[in-house]
Every structure is written in structure tokens, then in C-alpha cells.
Design a protein around this ligand. Structure first.
Ligand code: DC
Length: 226
């Protein structure tokens, strides 16, 4: 293997990595590190739902205005997703509300699949990547951690950026979003049957990265042998 993605003959092989998990599980950080390591483009699909929620909030439209949500979904430009702008708490809430609509999901999933179809492959993270968006991904990871650990991480993250927040409120918020993500009818959050589970409750980011890397490298090694 002369490249982190493996080779077959002289051709670098395609690699698609699907990462799913609940809010604040660390899947985004892991996805970015893996994309960097394997030299792959990365899409945080949560940002696409956030962009729709943000558009409705900005125009003062109710979050159950389906046709406005569909229009906003059509206008989502993957090359222009502003993580900072979309990171607000009310945008996250709005995203999980508009994400229940199958027609909104279909519009966004089509864009996500087009991203995943790039020649070298890609890393995508979200809630339904391994189950719906990229069911044929080469590697599927389901990243999770207990709600308490996720709430503490989120609090530390807010504090590190100079903000303040209440741990109990963050925990309640995480549990509420989990319920909405797991409970919706279309594409609920769940691990694909062939996903590798990574419970990061007691793992550092570095340990989670190393664990994910050994799973992916094992898949690549097997593929190189074939
Ligand atoms: O990952 P995130 O917190 O940015 O996601 C925001 C919301 O978007 C999440 O509560 C549910 C929705 N989402 C989804 O339904 N499917 C995805 N693939 C990604 C996010």
C-alpha cells in the first residue's frame, strides 16, 4: 500500500466512509480527522438540514411551512454551508424539526448522494448515511456516547469558546433531539446492520480516531488482498 487509501494496480481506490450517530457524539470531529487523514472530501450532512432551518428562521416562517422548507432545501448549496452561522442552538432545533419531512429529506439526500459519488469517494456524517444516503459505503461507523458524556462535552465546547450554559439544560436538549431523531418515521437515527459501533463515552478524540483508523485500514487491507 503506497497511499493511505490503498491501491489496486496503479489506481488509487475509491473510499466512501459513512459516519452516523446522535447529537454531540463526536462524529463530526472524527469525520473531519478521517477525511484529512485519508485525503477525502467531507460533508457534514447536518449542515444541510441546519441550512433549511436557518432559512425559515431568517424569513420568519413557521417551521411547519412545508413548501417553504422544500424551496429552502432546493436552494441549499453544498459549497456554501457556513458552519459558524449554522451552529446556533435555535438553528439546531429548527433543523431537527424540518428533518422529519420526507420531501425535504429527499431533496437533501439527492444532493448528499451526488457529493458521495465523487470519483475518489468521500466521508459523510449524519444520522442516516449508512442506512439511506450511502447504503453501499465501504466503511460504516456508528459513533455514540452516553447522553451525560455528550452533554458535558458540549458544555466544555461552549465554555472553550467563551460562552456559558447550564449542564442540565444541555442534557435535556440532547435527550429531546435524540427522541426526535430516533422517533421520526422517515430515516430515523439508527445504526446500519453492518456498521462498526464506536462508543466513545470513555474515549478521547485521539483514541476514537485510532479505533476508527484501524477499522478502516483493516477494510482497505482486505480489499487490497482481493
Ligand atoms: O448533526 P447536527 O446536529 O448538525 O444535525 C442537526 C439536525 O439535522 C439533527 O437533529 C437531525 C437532522 N439530520 C438528519 O435528520 N439527518 C442527517 N443526515 C443529518 C442531520
Amino acid at each position: 500500500m503506497n497511499n493511505r487509501r490503498g491501491t489496486r494496480g496503479s489506481m488509487t481506490t475509491r473510499l466512501t466512509i459513512a459516519i452516523d450517530g446522535p447529537a454531540a457524539s463526536g462524529k463530526g470531529t472524527l469525520a473531519r480527522r478521517l477525511a484529512d487523514y485519508y485525503h477525502l472530501p467531507h460533508l457534514d450532512t447536518g449542515l444541510t438540514y441546519r441550512a433549511v432551518g436557518h432559512a425559515l428562521l431568517t424569513h420568519g416562517l413557521p417551521l411547519d411551512n412545508l413548501s417553504a422548507a422544500e424551496t429552502a432545501a432546493r436552494q441549499v448549496n453544498l459549497a456554501n454551508l457556513d458552519r459558524e452561522l449554522l451552529s446556533a442552538h435555535d438553528v439546531a432545533e429548527a433543523a431537527s424539526k424540518v428533518a422529519v419531512y420526507p420531501t425535504v429529506r429527499k431533496i437533501l439526500v439527492d444532493k448528499q448522494r451526488a457529493f458521495a459519488a465523487q470519483p475518489g469517494g468521500a466521508v459523510l456524517d449524519g444520522r442516516d448515511i449508512g442506512t439511506v444516503v450511502c447504503p453501499d459505503a465501504d466503511v460504516k461507523l456508528y459513533v455514540t456516547a452516553s447522553p451525560e458524556v455528550r452533554a458535558s462535552r458540549r458544555l466544555r465546547d461552549i465554555q472553550s469558546r467563551g460562552g456559558t450554559a447550564d449542564l442540565t439544560e444541555i442534557l435535556a436538549d440532547i435527550v429531546r433531539r435524540d427522541q426526535r431523531d430516533v422517533g421520526r418515521t422517515d430515516s430515523p437515527l439508527r445504526a446500519a446492520s453492518d456498521a462498526h459501533l464506536l462508543d466513545t463515552s470513555e474515549m478521547s478524540i485521539e483514541a476514537a480516531f485510532q479505533a476508527a483508523r484501524s477499522i478502516i485500514d483493516a477494510v482497505l487491507a482486505k480489499r487490497d488482498e482481493a
